[in-house]
Design a protein around this ligand. Structure first.
Ligand code: HEM
Length: 471
């Protein structure tokens, strides 16, 4: 059974039902404004073997219920803030596809699985219940009979473990810190007060990343200074925040490549007598993804590379480059070209930072001084990840999968090699002797690192949330 079929089976019992049926929405929603949407897609009156899709009234009816459902969610104080950064039109389309496919309709769900799409959100049971109640309300509005309503809602239950975060992954904020934020909250009014209240509830539940996002929005509305006394409530345990003023980067800035950084870029016009071509192997197999090879002359006479000014962009909910190699002292700008907010943070030892929330071409810069591997994450989108490899080696290159890498200008001699792949926990060290002329070698690294979404900014694991039930 493939992932999508399994997903469909989670939403409704696989195999369907053969009991007599009514056409729930087709029959009952005829007097609603939404029903005007029903056209050629509407199924024929239900036969004895009609699918739930048909009994609900087909795609136009599912669209009408989904519209009503999303309207209810957007007005539901318990969960509405969850969707501030979401393209609701896209979400509606995906929900319609999902329900249509899952109820036996002629649709193909094109979104992500439930675990991936909700990873890192720290959703709790109360929020899941609120969302299900909003769907129940939408079904009631269209007078869907109890049987069909029960079939649809009853089938959502098995999805809960994939969507809701287990309590042991949440870290409630201590009462004294909550009291501090509450004393600041009383000074606020309007939307800022509303968001602060939601942030306090989230902090009490231990939804620290969500609480931090809500508090960032309070800061944007009320001014960071006004609510500074509450910042430790939401930020203790997170990396230092970068608060430099936002700059704009031109929207037509070309998209960044998926990998960047090679010492050969600095060696134009240099003609040393040796070269090295090779590849990275992960546990003996060709590298999948990206890696880096660094060469240090064994005699210690290393030329220091000049620091660079580079870009790691956020575009289409991805970081690019995915791997960037730069010498120590380099500065990286982090423009967000998406219309939704992103965050960039690192809890890696060489550089811990949290760059805040921004969008629409805004950017901030970070300087990387210490050598090492810095894994970047987005606090909102758990599956976004990339790496900055801060290299103190005079020779370095980023390696693209099974493709060969080349160092064009090397002096003959012994070198220490440090090779790393994005699926390695740490670089692997070895030695090589380079002779005049062309050399070749492959370097083996371990595939023992985290590849999915990493820890959140408070150091809590974000994924997998829980194994999906088997069907
Ligand atoms: C059975 C319950 C649920 C179902 C069937 C469901 C379904 C979905 C689907 C199909 C998507 C789009 C996936 C994609 O981007 O490819 C999605 C995204 C999302 N869901 Fe749920 N969801 C459920 C529960 C919840 C709950 C309880 C919340 C919060 C109260 C929630 C919040 C969100 C948000 C904020 C997104 C958008 C993420 C983004 O903007 O990238 N969902 N959900």
């Amino acid at each position: 059974m493939n992932k999508l079929t399994a997903l469909a089976c989670m939403l409704i019992a696989c195999g369907g039902s053969s009991r007599p049926h009514t056409t729930a929405l087709a029959g009952k929603a005829a007097s609603t404004p939404h029903n005007a949407a029903r056209g050629g897609d509407a199924p024929a009156p239900a036969a004895a073997t009609a699918s739930l899709f048909e009994r609900l009234g087909g795609k136009p009816a599912i669209i009408a219920v989904t519209d009503e459902f999303i309207d209810r969610v957007a007005a539901d104080a318990r969960i509405k803030h969850r969707f501030f950064n979401t393209d609701l039109t896209r979400l509606k389309t995906l929900l319609v596809e999902l329900v249509c496919m899952a109820t036996g309709g002629p649709c193909k769900y094109s979104g992500q699985d439930m675990e991936t799409s909700h990873a890192g959100m720290e959703l709790v049971d109360e929020e899941f219940t609120a969302l299900v109640e909003d769907l129940a309300g939408a079904l009631d509005k269209f007078k869907v009979p109890a049987k069909e309503k029960g079939e649809l809602l009853g089938a959502l239950g098995p999805m809960q473990p994939q969507i809701v975060t287990p309590k042991d992954r949440l870290k409630p904020v201590p009462d004294a810190a909550i009291a501090k934020a509450t004393s600041v909250a009383v000074k606020l009014s309007g939307e800022a007060a509303d968001l602060m209240q939601a942030a306090i509830i989230a902090a009490k539940r231990g939804q620290r990343n969500y609480a931090d996002q809500l508090f960032s929005r309070v800061e944007a509305l009320a001014g960071a200074r006004t609510v500074a006394a509450a910042a430790p409530t939401f930020r203790d345990g997170a990396p230092p925040r970068i608060e430099t003023p936002l700059k704009k980067m031109a929207k037509d800035t070309p998209a960044q490549p998926k990998l960047a950084g090679a010492s050969d870029e600095d060696d134009q016009g240099v003609a040393l007598p040796a070269s090295l071509t090779g590849s990275i192997l992960v546990d003996g197999k060709p590298l999948e993804g990206l890696g880096t090879v660094m060469l240090f002359p064994a005699n210690g006479r290393a030329k220091r590379r000049t620091p660079k000014q580079r870009i790691v962009e956020q575009r289409d909910k991805q970081f690019s480059p995915h791997v960037l190699a730069v010498p120590p002292g380099s500065t990286v700008a982090f423009p967000n070209f998406d219309g939704v907010f992103h965050n960039v943070f690192s809890i890696s030892e060489p550089k811990k930072f949290d760059i805040g929330l921004y969008k629409d071409g805004d950017t901030r810069e970070v300087k990387f001084e210490k050598p090492g591997i810095v894994r970047l994450g987005c606090n909102i989108h758990a599956k976004m990840a990339s790496y900055i490899v801060v290299v103190d080696a005079p020779h370095y290159v980023v390696v693209d999968g099974g493709k060969a890498f080349t160092f064009k200008n090397l002096a003959p001699g012994k070198y220490k090699v440090r090779a790393w792949s994005e699926s390695s926990a740490a670089p692997a060290e070895s030695e090589i002797t380079i002779k005049a002329g062309a050399n070749s070698a492959s370097f083996t690294v371990k595939g023992d690192g985290e590849t999915g979404p990493s820890e959140d900014k408070f150091g809590m694991t974000r994924q997998p949330i829980r194994p999906a039930p088997r069907h």
